[in-house]
Design a protein around this ligand. Structure first.
Ligand code: SF4
Length: 286
């Protein structure tokens, strides 16, 4: 049995920066630091952060808890409105918004201010998209994720900007963009591909890994959009399993496969990938 781990499996630059900076700031103070929402979609890292004094501010929490404290804006970013709320309660804000998300926010703000309708292809409930939508005019901004959503959009054509959630599957973006170009006057549509580099690289690599191996293990948090997309791509090519912890290996049987490919989402730490690879080696006596 052989194991191949993707070269780009694991942390992207945006997540790496957010995690390192959070530990760095936590080490500088004995006071609790809050993150507005989970810093990353990885339960193991969240546990370590908690032990270092970095707590998650959940949606249901009273924001007065931030009084006199530092709050971190995670890589997903926040809307201007949310930022103002955080500012009015916390004494300090550390902005760890990923540069790719900041770019999408800036593009949306510019085009919305210039009177464009904004169409975002992504998950309307995802924190990144909630934040990006906040940079546009509310009554002329739409989030779509599937073909049927296009029927719910206004019928009349007008100048429109189309962008993507940074972690969207490229084929979904391309497919929905062409449908939008069919629905509206093509000359009205400006398309900005805001899928981040890290996502595109990982999506390409998972295709190669799936083609070269008999089975693919995708490692990452079950809440992680980019990990879910990797699993979707891999499972369309080869038998695939989506696992979060090494204990999840108990539920699957890899003994029938010779070549195992491993890929991990952009929020999966290296040590989790290694731990799972080691566990496979010892379980199957490689
Ligand atoms: S997946 Fe892309 S957009 Fe998200 S944090 Fe990583 S680099 Fe930034």
């Amino acid at each position: 049995m052989n194991i191949e781990i993707g070269k780009f499996a694991g942390f992207c630059d945006g997540v790496k920066h957010a995690v390192e900076q959070s530990f760095y700031h936590a080490a500088k103070t004995s006071d609790t630091i809050y993150v507005d929402g989970n810093l990353i979609h990885n339960p193991q890292t969240l546990d370590l952060l908690k032990k270092s004094g970095v707590e998650t501010l959940t949606d249901s929490e009273d924001m007065s808890i931030l009084s006199g404290k530092t709050v971190i804006v995670r890589a997903h970013g926040v809307s201007p409105e949310r930022r103002e709320q955080l500012k009015s309660h916390a004494s300090n804000i550390i902005n760890l918004t990923c540069k790719y998300v900041s770019r999408a926010q800036g593009i949306v703000k510019k085009y919305s201010n210039n009177g464009y309708r904004i169409i975002i292809i992504g998950n309307s409930k995802h924190p990144e998209i909630i934040g990006v939508v906040g940079f546009a005019s509310k009554d002329n901004t739409f989030v779509i994720s599937k073909e049927e959503d296009i029927n719910l959009l206004p019928e009349h054509s007008q100048k429109t900007l189309v962008i993507a959630q940074t972690t969207l599957e490229k084929s979904t973006f391309d497919r929905l963009v062409s449908l939008l170009q069919e629905k509206y006057n093509t000359k009205d549509i400006r398309v900005k591909n805001t899928i981040c580099n890290a996502t595109e690289i990982r999506q390409k690599e998972v295709v190669d890994i799936a083609n070269r191996n008999d089975v693919v293990l995708i490692i990452g948090g079950f809440e992680s959009s980019n990990t879910k997309n990797l699993y979707k791509i891999a499972s369309s090519i080869k038998p695939s399993f989506y696992i979060e912890f090494k204990e999840d290996l108990e539920k699957i049987d890899l003994s029938i496969y010779n070549n195992i490919g491993i890929m991990a989402g952009a929020s999966t730490p290296d040590w989790v990938i290694k731990e799972i690879a080691n566990e496979i080696e010892s379980k199957y006596s490689i």
